[in-house]
Write a protein that binds this ligand. Structure first.
Ligand SMILES: Cc1cc2nc3c(=O)[nH]c(=O)nc-3n(C[C@H](O)[C@H](O)[C@H](O)COP(=O)(O)OP(=O)(O)OC[C@H]3O[C@@H](n4cnc5c(N)ncnc54)[C@H](O)[C@@H]3O)c2cc1C
Length: 512
């Protein structure tokens, strides 16, 4: 490391990483405790350049409207919708908070980060059609999923998904559900907008600053060793509370903190690729996010979907992400990341996981080796007429799934979710895991606040309820409240189909 700077500065809160998680926590804390001093350290030159960037994730506002893995079929044949309800409720919390920010002029132009887009689930084969019908019946009785339609009529499907139905010769039964209240979220744009807002609120944001070490000092504070990547000098910063929002880099930093809660946890990296359509005529023919079922043996995050996306005010068409295996924990990370995360305390957990998940690793390695033509073959299951020359490949973000010992799964179980790990005294917390990630950032950061600032919760609750009126209330059980909030957030965020707040209309969009 370079020369050590002598200055030791103390602050209330340090956020490590400038992704959607730190952006959300910083924004919440600035509303709840405006006088607190907050510093951010980000190793890259800009905010939202890793997983939160629009090119690195799929931009789905995950509300369980179309993702079939949130509604598993139980052994008795019925559909378990509990997870779908949970994810949907969490997304409603995000919508309410984003609406609060827009209404109070803390964020402008919501159409730059969120747009309405139908969410469609599409299946083929008799058993899958039966499953989808049962899922539709189970969900459509619930207020959170109102407006969902089901069809197994090819003529109707041609209206919904013309590009997917064109040139389809198979006689296999096919069916879909469609719900128009889905969204496409540009999490990269949202992250950048939130950091602009934090800057206006005098948060000190340090780009090109990489956090190298974290330790507890005798005065009960956390001391961070931070390298200024421009000058090469090393700075020492102290804080009462530290949030490790370093995405794939979080596990490494959590391990450095040495807290007991950081032990026996490992990371399982999964890389991603998208195919992007470069033919505007094809892009124009599709208007939805279309999710299908994971192939048998494939992990949930490897289900490619065909998505209309809005990036830089352009309408685009992406297929993916194709999952693969890479030892890196960040897209800009190192091939040594996986190796460096192996410690004595998590060795048994990791070995158990490697043993258990041999077929998953094999699957991901095989996926990694796929040629463009093999990927086109998967794409043609969605768009039978897809031409190779219309599609390019781009590298997506890196996900690090958590491996830990659980009661249900035993030693070394991979968790396909997002998890907060915090010290017992609430002085440090880290966010690990990936999907449904960004969509549920507000819910997850409220969990951090509840765990780490419990002594302030009584005082903060009225403000939290002002920002998120359904806080602590089940919307699934309060249909009237759901209706009221869903309508008002749709209007504020420009999702209602009525004139958006300051909308660029569909006609003005450039097709790319
Ligand atoms: C392929 C893919 C598809 C996805 N699709 C969706 C989707 O459709 N919908 C959805 O809701 N979510 C999706 N996700 C998940 C979502 O992208 C993530 O959950 C979310 O972006 C995580 O945000 P974050 O702030 O934790 O991490 P990041 O955005 O990765 O930010 C972490 C930041 O920390 C910085 N950092 C790392 N180490 C250090 C260090 N030592 N010092 C300083 N800074 C550091 C990094 O440079 C980075 O900027 C997807 C993810 C992937 C990879």
């Amino acid at each position: 490391m370079g020369k050590m700077s002598n200055s030791q500065t103390k602050t209330d809160v340090i956020l490590i990483g400038a992704g959607i998680m730190s952006a959300t926590l910083g924004t919440l804390l600035k509303e709840l405790a405006p006088e607190w001093e907050i510093k951010v350290f980000e190793k890259l030159g800009k905010p939202g350049e890793e997983s939160s960037n629009e090119w690195n994730n799929a931009g789905t506002g995950h509300a369980a409207l179309c993702e079939l893995n949130y509604t598993p079929e139980k052994p008795d044949g019925s559909i378990d919708i509990n997870k779908a309800i949970k994810i949907n409720e969490q997304f409603q919390i995000s919508r309410q908070f984003w609406s609060y920010l827009v209404k109070n002029n803390l964020l402008q132009n919501p159409q730059e980060f969120i747009r309405p887009l139908p969410h469609i689930s599409l299946v083929q084969g008799e058993n899958n059609v039966r499953f989808l019908k049962k899922r539709f019946e189970a969900l459509s009785n619930n207020p959170l999923f109102q407006g969902m339609e089901f069809s197994d009529d090819p003529e109707k499907l041609k209206e919904w998904i013309p590009l997917i139905m064109e040139g389809r010769t198979s006689n296999e039964p096919i069916a879909a559900t469609k719900i128009d209240s889905g969204t496409d979220v540009n999490f990269g744009a949202l992250t950048r907008m939130l950091f602009d807002h934090l800057k206006r609120k005098d948060v000190e944001i340090n780009y090109n600053h990489s956090v190298k070490d974290i330790k507890r000092t005798s005065d009960g504070l956390w001391e961070l060793k931070v390298k200024d990547l421009n000058s090469g000098s090393v700075e020492i910063h102290k804080a009462k509370f530290v949030f490790i929002g370093a995405g794939g880099g979080s596990l490494h930093l959590l391990q450095k903190s040495g807290i007991p809660e950081s032990k026996h946890i490992g990371g399982f990296p999964v890389s991603g690729l998208f195919m992007v359509c470069n033919n505007p005529k094809v892009v124009e023919q599709h208007h939805a996010k279309v999710y299908s079922k994971a192939k048998i043996g494939a992990p949930p995050m490897s289900v490619p979907h065909l998505d209309t996306r809005y990036i830089d005010n352009k309408k685009m068409l992406l297929f993916g992400p194709f999952a693969g295996f890479s030892p890196k924990f960040l897209k800009t990370g190192s091939n040594m990341d996986l190796f460096a995360s192996v410690k004595l305390h998590n060795l048994v957990t990791l070995l158990a996981s490697a043993f258990k998940n041999f077929s998953l690793v094999k699957y991901l390695l095989q996926q990694l080796m796929l040629t463009k033509e093999k990927r086109m073959k998967e794409l043609r299951e969605f768009i039978p007429t897809a031409k190779s020359e219309d599609w390019d490949i781009v590298v997506a973000g890196q996900r690090v799934q958590i491996i830990k010992d659980t009661e249900a799964g035993g030693k070394g179980t991979i968790q396909f979710g997002t998890e907060v790990v915090s010290a017992a005294d609430g002085s440090i917390a880290a966010l690990l895991g990936a999907s449904p990630g960004a969509s549920t950032a507000v819910h997850v950061m409220l969990e951090v606040i509840k765990k780490c600032f419990s002594q302030h919760m009584h005082e903060w609750e009225p403000k939290i309820k002002e920002m998120i009126p359904s806080y602590g209330v089940s919307l699934a059980e309060n249909p009237d409240l759901f209706q009221e909030l869903h309508t008002s957030t749709a209007e504020t965020l420009g999702l209602s189909g009525k004139e958006s707040v300051s909308g660029v209309s569909e006609k003005e969009l450039v097709y790319s």
